[in-house]
Design a protein around this ligand. Structure first.
Ligand SMILES: *Cc1c(COP(=O)(O)O)cnc(C)c1O
Length: 439
């Protein structure tokens, strides 16, 4: 019996399948911003409802017993690719599946998974790939909770780590990876740009280094990268040789500071491995959050484009202000003195994003006076929302980082982190101008 016939006898035939939405018009391949309005959803399966309903249910009815068996073969990994139908809401659900289809579209990824937070996505990725004695090689610095997860939590289970600085050259990456290769390297994990240094990782160099050092290995360690700050509009690291892309969808993808979620994109083989772990531990996002993300993705390009344009204008203003020492904005790399970073930017990025570092003249007193005087920008951590946010890393997100490491990372008392939103750019400039006046 062929697979197809078996599928017809059990699940597929007796469960209605969504009608495929258009992916091209003639020779023209449709762009992600177009596909976000319909991809993966057939209104005729939901009473003609233009928008997908939110499916609030914990379990799904099988058309017959054989279909139930076939679904569980998918869920448990006896057959790759996950369940073909819906089984139980810890494994999948209609809203999450539409979301995953649409997430993958932005980076032309084979497959994608949605998670309850960026950190649950990262934790599930790690748990699915490492075992005691393995090494994770990573760029540094990483998002603080990711560093904690690797060093303090996985460390308790006998997982080792080695890191190289985010801006490392091919030679520096070779040295660290070469040293790690004496043990079993389970995963190479990157984050670019690094927060708050903004240093970009040369993903092409990491991939070339991995391919050279593991040329004779039976399996090469996969390269995963946290693309939260620039993705999916301004950076698509699968194109530079990354195998897996990780997101905190809480930031630009969600984009309205009203949800917490995560995503992982990559090849079907890697996603199948990670899906098995998610099925086991239940780190999938809930249907309501998935639905909100579907709404967010419809305006992703609009929001990110506007935020990016706003940031460029605001940074131009800030850079020439007498009370400003320096603006750490990716858009200024090409006029700066760091030719290597500028070269990575040119090869890897299509935009500078809307999150940057502002170094004021002075210290904590000046930075606090500036933050307290802002009227439009809100004083809050996080980034990527429709509204502009400002925070003080040394006193907030990085408060517990030891002083020496803070100094090495450029986390000084005069540093303010800013995430620009979609407000009117001139209003934002007026707000920053008045706040600088108050310093
Ligand atoms: C916010 C963030 C995370 C964690 O995401 P949550 O959704 O808060 O769990 C991971 N990486 C980066 C770069 C982030 O900005």
């Amino acid at each position: 019996m062929t697979d197809k016939t078996e599928a017809e006898l059990t699940g597929a035939q007796s469960q209605r399948k969504p009608k495929a939405s258009a992916h091209s018009i003639g020779e023209r391949r449709l762009k992600p911003s177009t596909l976000m309005m319909g991809h993966g959803y057939d209104p005729m399966l939901s009473e003609g409802s233009l928008k997908p309903p939110i499916f609030l249910t914990s379990t799904f009815v099988f058309p017959n017993a054989a279909a139930g068996k076939r679904h569980f073969e998918g869920v448990t990994g006896k057959r790759p690719g996950g369940a073909e139908g819906l089984v139980y809401s810890r494994f999948n659900g209609p809203n999450q599946e539409i979301l995953e289809d649409r997430l993958g579209v932005w980076e032309d990824a084979e497959d994608a998974l949605a998670f309850s937070s960026g950190m649950s996505a990262i934790a599930t990725l790690f748990l699915s790939m490492v075992k005691p004695g393995d090494t994770i090689v990573h760029s540094g610095p990483l998002y603080a909770a990711t560093e904690t997860l690797i060093a303090r939590i996985l460390g308790r289970f006998g997982v080792h780590w080695l890191d190289f600085p985010a801006g490392a050259t091919r030679e520096e990456i070779d040295a660290v990876l070469g040293k790690a290769a004496s043990g079993n390297v389970a995963l190479i994990y990157l984050e670019s740009p690094a927060n708050p240094t903004n240093a970009l990782v040369d993903v092409e160099a990491v991939a070339a280094s991995r391919d050279a050092i593991f040329a004779n290995a039976a399996v090469k360690p996969p390269i995963a990268i946290d693309n939260t700050f620039l993705g999916p509009l301004w950076a698509q690291p699968l194109k530079q040789g990354a195998d897996i892309v990780v997101y905190s969808l809480t930031k630009y993808a969600g984009g309205h500071s009203d949800l917490v979620a995560g995503g992982v994109l990559g090849s079907k083989a890697h996603i199948n491995t990670i899906r098995l772990m998610r099925n086991t531990i239940g780190t999938i996002c809930d249907p309501n959050t998935a639905w909100m993300l579907l709404r967010s993705l419809e305006t992703l390009e609009l929001r990110m484009s506007r935020a990016g344009e706003n940031a460029a204008k605001v940074c131009e203003f800030l850079a020439q202000h007498p009370k400003v020492e320096k603006v750490g904005y990716l858009g200024f790399l090409e006029r700066g003195s760091d030719a290597r970073q500028a070269d990575i930017y040119k090869r890897h990025c299509t935009g500078a994003g809307s999150t940057f570092s502002l170094y004021l003249k002075g210290g904590e007193k000046e930075a606090f006076a500036f933050l307290d005087a802002l009227r439009i920008a809100k004083l809050a951590v996080s980034l990527g929302g429709t509204e502009t946010l400002a925070s003080h890393p040394a006193a907030m997100t990085h408060l517990s980082v030891p002083d020496a490491r803070k100094a090495a990372l450029g986390i000084t008392d005069n540093l303010v982190r800013i995430s620009i939103g979609v407000e009117d750019a001139d209003d934002l400039i007026a707000d920053f101008e008045a706040a600088l006046e108050a310093v």
